[in-house]
Design a protein around this ligand. Sequence first.
Ligand SMILES: [Fe+2]
Length: 290
Amino acid sequence: MLKRIAHVYYTHQDLDKAHEFLLDFGFTVAEKRPDRIFYKGYGTEPFVYCAIKGDSTEFSGTAFVVETLDDLELASKTLPGATDVHDMDAPGGGKRVTFRDPVDGFPFHLVHGQTAVPHGQDQPELEYNYPLRKNRAVNKTQRFQHGPAPVHKLGHFGCCVTDFAEAYAFYTARFNFKASDLVYDGASGRDITAFLHLDRGKEQVDHHCFFFFEGPKYHVHHSSYEVHDFDTQGLGHQWLRDKGYESVWGLGRHVLGSQIFDYWWDPSRFMMEHYSRRPHRSFTNRSTGR
Ligand SMILES: [Fe+2]
């Protein structure tokens, strides 16, 4: 049983350049070592992004928290290519198992027992005025600071898989991943994209924490990080633009998921997203968006 998405690992050939971008993107450093840097948001995860220095540039997998140590033991014994349960050498400690995606072989991590960190200071909730409804007190101003959009947490990641049906069968059978939306392809008469949430019963969860779509070659598509609100996102967009980074798409509003998105290329050509205002969901059997 998965509880939540926790962190991602990316391997970069040029760690210094990646580091500069990740600070401009809104992370703070949790721990810096010669060969890797752990970054955190202002949520309770001890880290949400680990940048590893390597000979090649590659996505090195996402980690999800499992409910119990027994889950981790079971994963180690039954999932494809799974490692033993081992101690994590990372901020927050804990234990981890890594298995391989059965279709495309990419690494997928499961963790348990990390020590949470205190939640950082959230930013103020703004009062918005509308043409016919004024929520802000008369003469009350709003002032903002130019700078990176502080990241709260990792929200989701997604990739291109070479066999959608097989990947969908595996992840929905072996884990509590459930589709929030499926995209149907009329030409081939089958689903080709899935946005998956974690079924946690009545607990509120994000619309999706994992998505995949079918294509000719496996690759990570992007990972996405929550920021406080649209103003924060806009300021972060301007900051990245002023620093000369390359925008991919955004700001805009998604239909599937309803979040406000903003996609950027990092210096290693990985796509990174800021998002805000995603709806939560808590019911388990909603019909799909087909
Ligand atoms: Fe996204």
